[in-house]
Design a protein around this ligand. Structure first.
Ligand code: FES
Length: 78
């Protein structure tokens, strides 16, 4: 059985997906992911000009998100 995909919630930043992933739009068409990238950062602040990917705009828009999972639930990622 394969390991689950890890989605890391960056503090005040994007969701980072680790490992080979395919990101598709609402029609099922795949976005191009730069060759050789192992991590993909998805915008969750809504300000990226390259959505669904993060372009760093979260740093300038005051986006805040620092959710913390309960320590006794689930496994911590690598
Ligand atoms: S989370 Fe980085 S630009 Fe939105």
């Amino acid at each position: 059985m394969s390991e689950p995909i890890v989605i890391r919630c960056r503090e005040n930043g994007p969701y980072v997906l680790e490992g080979p992933v395919k990101v598709v739009d609402h029609l099922g068409n795949a976005f191009t992911i730069p060759a050789g990238k192992n991590n993909v950062a998805l915008c969750r602040c809504g300000h990226s000009k390259n959505r669904p990917f993060c372009d760093g705009s979260h740093r300038d828009c005051g986006f805040q998100a620092a959710e913390v999972a309960p320590a006794d639930v689930g496994e911590r990622g690598a």
